[in-house]
Design a protein around this ligand. Structure first.
Ligand code: XMP
Length: 318
């Protein structure tokens, strides 16, 4: 695609020109937009870019390791890994209301990020993976999902820093960002990942969040996603994940009675995420996922499949 190679070349030149020999910081989430922005900017200015990756403890299994492997080792980018796991968990202790959890996670994220950013005293630019739909959304009246659930992204810069914004993807749609990502050499599997909400597993462990529940959910979710890839179903669905219910039920394992948590497997098909249907995944596949989760994840003895459409249900459970 000539237009996109062109985009990369033009944008790299523009970033070089704009940044000169100054320093840039960027909040790397592991998501498509911030990753593509990071690799693009790194291509332009190399080590003048430092990425800040916050491990909230609410990420998918091994996410931090994978980000460091891929963007740190493979792309040779400077990444500051911030381990904020305990901080997030302690702030969430005792909180079970979904909106309150979102607010706490959002607020905490901004605080941790800003504090880290402040340490880079010589930074002149804050880079963000803002894409065209984000620009539009922030200009218009917020859509229904924004008012039903307060979405969060990195908001505002530390004021003391007087950083200039660097947003090289501002004019691109999501599919163009993905194509740019592939052209830049980011593995397809990363570029075509399903969306992952800002509050992460904090809203997929229903009710009160603790370390043990997060671990259980990470294990179950990783099995579901692994099976989707193995069976060539990952790209057939728009978003798939596991939710952990704070409900225990009775089961039997060998001669033992068990009393453990329930996991819900959720998979949605959608064009715009405003409406969605549940994925008609094959029974054999669901059977495999269910047995693997129950057999391999200590703490879960029952798996349910979510057959709700949006509306009236939402894709996430909180
Ligand atoms: P719902 O659950 O409202 O989700 O049907 C629609 C899409 O939005 C994602 N989502 C979020 N993304 N921050 C995000 O960045 C959030 O707070 C948030 N809440 C929901 C959800 O994963 C789905 O793709």
């Amino acid at each position: 695609n000539w237009a996109l190679s062109d985009f990369i070349e033009v944008e790299v030149a523009r970033i070089k020109e704009k940044v000169g020999n100054q320093k840039v910081i960027l909040g790397l989430s592991g998501g498509v937009d911030s990753s593509v922005a990071a690799v693009l900017i790194h291509k332009a200015i190399g080590d003048q870019l430092t990425c800040i990756f916050v491990d909230t403890g609410l990420l998918r299994k091994d996410e931090g390791v994978k980000v460091m492997e891929n963007y740190g080792k493979h792309f040779h980018m400077n990444i500051k890994l911030v381990d904020a796991r305990e901080q997030f968990l302690s702030k969430l202790k005792g909180i079970s209301d979904p909106e309150e959890k979102r607010k706490i996670i959002g607020r905490e994220f901004v605080e941790v990020f800003n504090q880290e950013a402040l340490a880079f005293e010589d930074a002149n630019f804050l880079a963000q993976g803002t894409i065209y739909p984000d620009v539009i959304e922030s200009q218009s009246v917020k859509g229904p999902s924004a008012t039903i659930k307060s979405h969060h992204n990195v908001g505002g810069l530390p004021e003391e820093m007087k950083l200039q914004l660097l947003e090289p993807l501002r004019e691109l749609f999501k599919d163009e960002v993905r194509k740019v990502g592939v052209k830049l050499g980011i593995p397809k599997e990363l570029v075509y990942r399903h969306p992952f909400p800002g509050p992460g597993l904090g809203i997929r462990v229903l009710g009160e969040v603790d370390e043990e529940k997060v671990r259980i959910l990470q294990e179950a979710d990783a099995i579901f996603i692994e099976e989707l890839y193995k069976n060539n179903l990952y790209d057939e669905v728009s978003q798939a994940f596991v939710v952990l219910l704070p409900v225990k039920s009775v089961g039997v394992m060998g001669d033992e009675r068990t009393y453990e948590y329930t996991a819900v497997v959720r998979s949605a098909n959608t064009i715009d995420f405003m409406t969605a249907t549940w994925s008609r995944l094959p029974y054999e596949f669901l059977d495999k996922v269910s047995s693997r989760i129950i057999n391999e994840v200590k703490g879960i003895n029952r798996v349910a499949y979510d057959i709700s459409s949006k509306p009236p249900a939402t894709i996430e459970w909180e």
